[in-house]
Design a protein around this ligand. Structure first.
Ligand SMILES: Cc1cc2nc3c(=O)[nH]c(=O)nc-3n(C[C@H](O)[C@H](O)[C@H](O)COP(=O)(O)OP(=O)(O)OC[C@H]3O[C@@H](n4cnc5c(N)ncnc54)[C@H](O)[C@@H]3O)c2cc1C
Length: 316
């Protein structure tokens, strides 16, 4: 992409990213889930002088955004991560936080919602229809639910709703996998680490050390083909003393992506009372609370706390 377009894209995503952690922290505090958040930052590792130099050049550009970034030589990496095999060097991005159990966090948020009077009901969203009076109806296991507003939050499956309503939105997906491992002999990983020259992530999670793959381009609902986990695992084992696998099969997900890698958050342009909130790409967990707040502001007629223009549905 042209540098000006990249810069415009950075500025468009910046408000979401800038508020993502504070919005999580507010909800985490209310949900009593503070033990799930770790503020360690993450480390990008490089295996050669050439790639480390390129990584450092990237880091220098990012300093313009007031980030706290430390450059690490081999000894610097070893000081932060004593159980890693020796490596050329790395970059410690210190401002980010990580969730050590995303499912537990989702459950804590769901419990908070219910404790405030919300109801969780199951049903097939494809049963959504509009009543003659304009309200929205969906069938649930507890019977039909009719409401003045409905929000489409089906991630990569959102086309099941907007497609039949006549919207042509270029939503794609990047599939990916992860697997958890025990650590050998009490070894400990202190930060999420990206083995940038190889292309996988190791992260300390409540369940164990998680190895996450890169992007897989395949049909959305095709059977799993976790070859990236198989390919990266031997390299990851040389870097960190992983022991046995802890999951029967790799977990598979699909990152819902729009061409500009920004989500759609806002009203469905041609259907009153219908709202869109999908396309969060690689950052759906990160951006959940911030895009939820933005959507809530719009739905309740409040002044949106950030400018929603870059995320409107009719930008394509
Ligand atoms: C390997 C991997 C690693 C990732 N790591 C991170 C990370 O570190 N940080 C981060 O922020 N993000 C990460 N992501 C991205 C994140 O998972 C997505 O952005 C996020 O899941 C999108 O959230 P969503 O709620 O929009 O969609 P989803 O999480 O996909 O949820 C959509 C839901 O809709 C349901 N659904 C589908 N059809 C219907 C229907 N007809 N009726 C009812 N329900 C239906 C599905 O079952 C699903 O539960 C990762 C993704 C992958 C694949």
């Amino acid at each position: 992409s042209a540098p000006e377009r990249v810069q415009r894209n950075i500025e468009a995503r910046r408000p979401l990213i800038e508020h993502s952690l504070s919005e999580h922290e507010a909800l985490i505090q209310q949900a009593g889930a503070g033990e799930l958040l770790r503020r360690t930052g993450w480390i990008k590792l490089h295996r050669s002088e050439r790639t480390l130099a390129a990584g450092l050049a990237d880091a220098e550009r990012l300093r313009a955004y007031d980030l706290h970034i430390d450059t690490l030589d081999s000894a610097g990496v070893a000081a932060l991560e004593p159980d890693l095999a020796p490596i050329m060097g790395g970059i410690h991005y210190r401002d980010t936080a990580a969730i050590i159990d995303p499912a537990a966090l989702s459950k804590a948020y769901a419990d908070l919602f219910v404790s405030r009077g919300g109801h969780l009901l199951s049903g097939d969203a494809r049963s959504l229809s509009q009543e003659p009076d304009g309200r929205w109806r969906v069938e649930t296991a507890n019977g039909p639910l009719v409401a003045g507003a409905a929000v489409v939050t089906l991630g990569p499956w959102s086309d099941a709703i907007y497609g039949p309503l006549g919207y042509r939105i270029p939503l794609g997906w990047k599939r990916g996998y992860h697997m958890h491992y025990a650590a050998k002999d009490g070894a400990k990983l202190n930060h999420p680490i990206l083995d940038a020259d190889v292309g996988y992530l190791l992260a300390p999670m409540r369940r164990g050390v998680r190895l996450t793959s890169g992007a897989e381009f395949a049909r959305r609902d095709a059977p799993p083909t976790p070859v990236q986990i198989e390919v990266c695992e031997p390299t990851a084992r040389q870097l960190f003393p992983l022991a046995e696998r802890l999951d029967p099969e790799p977990w598979r997900g699909a990152r819902p992506c729009l061409p500009d890698m920004l989500p759609i958050v806002g009203p469905a342009p041609r259907h009153r009372g219908l709202w869109f909130d999908f396309g969060h790409a690689h950052h759906g967990l990160t951006l959940g609370p911030v895009s939820g707040r933005l959507l809530a502001d719009m739905m309740t007629g409040e002044k949106p706390f950030i400018d929603p223009t870059p995320y409107r549905a009719d930008r394509f």
